[in-house]
Each structure stands twice: as structure tokens, then as C-alpha cells.
Design a protein around this ligand. Structure first.
Ligand SMILES: [Zn+2]
Length: 477
């Protein structure tokens, strides 16, 4: 087929256009997903108010190793000291003593200092001591909702880097639609952006390693300061850091309506279905598939029961959850192992970001799984018996070595105690001894015969000599 020059040119142009279009689309889409600048505008200097949560008679949670108010004070002081190292920043603490201070007074304190942001420092605990992870609470009122979300996003990055599970940046409302948390309500009423930082849960084993010592609480304070520095794009001559570009890398927000990502869901997950993938009755391995979703917010945790819902496992993070992107797989599989000959009834509960759950229908089994423990015990007994038998076989030749001749004689006499190999050795020894004895006896007999023969010959010669001399006497010459 002939291709004209015109056709060739057209083909090349089409290819260039296609490649350019694809490249442009790719860059546009990546730009769309890319960062946005900080929505909150501030002057040259930034004023930050740190509020150590609780104080005085308000001790906060008592589930940790000390009262929450002591932990929040240590964290807030560390955050304060760290922020002082930055340029163009004024930092205040609502209180430094263990005093009663109303939430309105704390917000009032921030207002009097013309604060750009109030950060309320807290540690968490749950009623059932089962929740774990880090979260930030913000105002539902714009623009404070947008400001709070952008700060919270920075804070979540810090907590994620520490290794904590992320519960997200959220709003919580009262029945009348106002913000639920007093400090946020009071700040919003005074046009002050605010956020409550709940660092971790002091009563759950996966979080407690992060908040055991005073150094742990200080570390949280330094991490909080870093989040604030990144959010406001601060720089520090003494620390030799410059985050002025960081404030352009925040997630995009809208100042028009409450960010969907921050809305606390009021209803349970919409779907939670459990299906059996595989059950191996010999090994006790069961593979299950969970399909669950919430149309309003991400799924957070799941737990399971093997006794029809009487007791449940601890909460398990939803696999591959990205709480800040709001993405999670709505289907995943997990395996369980049954080793006690039980006939389980399995149910699973899927939890959404509001810690509300939906329970699946139960999965039942027609027959019990093999008793792995009992089987293992039987196998152990069998191998023990085999080992004992082997040990007794090995011990006999050892005795033979030590008392060789004794046992050799006993075996030669027909003792049945020794092994066949030992017997063979003994029989060969006896045979050898008998041979040697026979050879010696033969030699002795031969020698005796020789001696007797030589004596006999001597005697005969003597007699001959005597006969000759006698004849000479009778017949003299
Ligand atoms: Zn608290």
C-alpha cells in the first residue's frame, strides 16, 4: 500500500496532538488534586493561644497514668516553648497554673490578645476503652470550618508520621445545630479560629505507648508546634527551618459550605455483609469476606464475634483506609483459625467515622472444626513414645561397650536382651576365641607328637648300638 507525503504529515500531526492532549489532561488532573494555599489570611506577625485542656477541679479523663489536666499542661508548655523559637510569632497560654477556668474565659483570653488561632490540648478515652487513634475537632461554622480543616490536615500528617491511627478532622453538633464542644462554640462566637487536638486514647493498648511518660507528652507538644508552623508557614532563624512554602500545600477548601469531610455522620453504616469464602475443616482455617459501606463518611474499624455476638474481638483498623482522602475499600477478606473443635457462629461489625456500627448476619457451620489442640497433644504423646523406644535401643550398646565381656558371655549363653547387631558381634567373638583355642591345641598336639617321635628314634638307635656290640662279644674276630 502506498502512503503519500500528505497522509504521512497528517498522521504525524494527529499523533503530536494526541500526545499533547493526553499530557495536558494528566497535568491538569494532577494540578486539580494538588495543594491549595492557606485560606486564612493573617498579618506579618501571627498570634497563637494555646489552651491546656481542663485544670483545677476539672481533671479531665482519669483513665491515663495521671489526670489528663497534668498531661495537657506538659504538652502545652512544650508546644509553647517550641513555638517561641519561630520568627514573627506571639504565643500565649490560657493558664500555666492548675486553676479552674471556664471555656468562655479561655476564649475571652484569646480575644483580648487578638489571637489568630486557639489550640485546645487534650487526651482522649472512650466509655468502652476500645477506641484508639488521633483526631481534631473543629467548628462547623465557615470560615472557621475551612481554617480548622486545613490546620487539622497538617496535624494529621504529624500524627501519622508518629505512627498513630488517624480518626480524622471532624465537627460535632448539638441538637440545635450549634457546635457541640464549648471551647469551639465560645471561640467561634468571638470570631477566633479554633481546634481541639485529641492526641490519642490513654486507655487503649495501641495508643498508650505514645503517652506513658512526661517525655511522650512533651513530644506531642513539639509535634503540635510543628503543625502550627507548617500551617502558618513560619520560619525559624534559630532552628534553621523555613516553612513559608508549606502554607501553599494545604488541601483545597471551600468557604461557602461546611466541608463534607468534617461532617460527623449521625447514622450507622448503610451496608455490612459477611460471606464465607472458604472453610478448611482439617486445619480450622476460615476465610471471610466483609462488604460494608457508609454513604456519608469513611469506615473506620471492624470487629468480629465467633460466639454469635456474645463477645467481640478488639477493634481492628479498616484495611487500606485513607481517612484524609476519605477513601477505603468496601470489600476485604480476613481469616480466622479455629483450633478447639468448636462450631463457631461468626458475625462482624463495621464501624464508621462516628464510631457507629452495623452488624452482619451470622455465618454458621454444619459440623465442628477439628480439635487442633487435642490432635497436637496426641501427636506429642506419640512422638514421646517413639523417642523413648529409640532411647532404650541406643542405651544397650553403650552398656556393652562399658561391660563388653560380661554381656558378650551372657549373650553367648542365649541372653535375649541385646539387639541383633550386638548379638552378631558377640557370636563372631566367641567363634574367633574357639578357633584360636583349636589352633593352639592342634599346635600342642603336633609338638607333643614330634617330641615323642624324636625320643622314640633315639631309643631305637641306642638299642641297635647295644645289639651290635653283643654280637661282637658272642662272635669275637
Ligand atoms: Zn480533655
Amino acid at each position: 500500500m502506498k502512503v503519500s507525503k500528505k497522509q504521512k504529515r497528517l498522521f504525524v500531526r494527529t499523533m503530536i496532538c494526541t500526545v499533547s492532549l493526553v499530557t495536558a489532561c494528566f497535568f491538569c488532573s494532577s494540578l486539580e488534586a494538588a495543594a491549595a494555599p492557606r485560606a486564612q489570611e493573617t498579618g506579618e506577625r501571627v498570634t497563637i493561644v494555646i489552651d491546656p485542656g481542663h485544670g483545677g477541679e476539672n481533671e479531665g479523663t482519669l483513665e491515663g497514668i495521671v489526670q489528663e489536666k497534668k498531661m495537657t499542661m506538659v504538652t502545652a508548655m512544650a508546644m509553647y516553648e517550641e513555638l517561641l523559637k519561630y520568627d514573627n510569632v506571639d504565643v500565649y497560654l490560657t493558664h500555666t497554673e492548675d486553676v479552674n477556668l471556664s471555656l468562655a474565659d479561655r476564649a475571652q483570653f484569646a480575644e483580648e490578645r487578638n489571637a489568630d488561632f486557639l489550640f485546645s490540648i487534650h487526651y482522649n478515652a472512650s466509655v468502652d476503652h476500645d477506641l484508639f487513634g488521633s483526631e481534631v475537632w473543629i467548628s462547623s461554622v465557615q470560615p472557621y470550618n475551612a481554617y480548622g480543616y486545613q490546620f487539622g490536615w497538617e496535624q494529621m500528617q504529624q500524627m501519622k508520621d508518629m505512627g498513630l491511627f488517624l480518626r480524622g478532622v471532624k465537627t460535632k453538633l448539638k441538637n440545635n445545630g450549634d457546635d457541640y464542644y464549648g471551647i469551639i462554640r465560645e471561640c467561634t462566637a468571638r470570631s477566633i479560629p479554633s481546634a481541639i487536638i485529641e492526641h490519642c486514647h490513654v486507655d487503649e493498648s495501641r495508643d498508650t505507648p505514645y503517652c506513658q511518660t512526661e517525655e511522650d507528652w512533651k513530644r506531642f507538644g513539639r509535634e503540635d508546634a510543628l503543625s502550627v508552623a507548617r500551617y502558618f508557614g513560619l520560619s525559624s532563624t534559630s532552628l534553621g527551618v523555613d516553612y513559608s512554602n508549606e502554607a501553599n500545600n494545604l488541601p483545597e477548601v471551600s468557604l461557602q459550605s461546611i466541608l463534607p469531610a468534617t461532617i460527623r455522620d449521625q447514622t450507622e453504616p448503610d451496608v455490612c455483609v459477611l460471606t464465607l469464602q472458604n472453610a478448611d475443616y482439617d486445619t480450622g482455617e476460615v476465610t471471610l469476606e466483609v462488604t460494608a459501606t457508609d454513604y456519608d463518611c469513611p469506615m473506620m474499624y471492624y470487629d468480629y464475634s465467633t460466639d454469635g455476638g456474645k463477645t467481640y474481638s478488639e477493634l481492628i483498623p479498616w484495611p487500606d483506609l485513607d481517612i484524609m482522602a476519605g477513601t477505603y475499600p468496601d470489600t476485604f477478606t480476613f481469616s480466622l483459625s479455629f483450633t478447639k473443635g468448636e462450631t463457631p457462629v461468626i458475625t462482624v461489625r463495621g464501624y464508621n467515622q462516628a464510631d457507629l456500627f452495623t452488624e452482619s448476619e451470622p455465618i454458621t457451620f454444619a459440623k465442628p472444626f477439628v480439635d487442633q489442640e487435642k490432635a497436637a497433644e496426641e501427636a506429642r504423646q506419640e512422638s514421646l513414645a517413639a523417642e523413648e523406644a529409640a532411647a532404650s535401643r541406643i542405651s544397650d550398646p553403650q552398656v556393652t561397650d562399658a561391660y563388653g565381656s560380661v554381656i558378650t558371655m551372657a549373650d553367648a549363653a542365649g541372653n535375649t536382651g541385646a539387639s541383633s547387631e550386638g548379638k552378631k558381634e558377640v557370636n563372631f567373638g566367641v567363634f574367633l576365641v574357639i578357633c584360636i583355642v583349636l589352633v593352639v591345641l592342634l599346635l600342642m598336639v603336633f609338638l607333643l607328637y614330634q617330641i615323642q617321635q624324636s625320643r622314640h628314634r633315639k631309643r631305637r638307635r641306642k638299642a641297635q648300638r647295644r645289639n651290635v656290640s653283643g654280637r661282637n662279644r658272642n662272635h669275637p674276630r
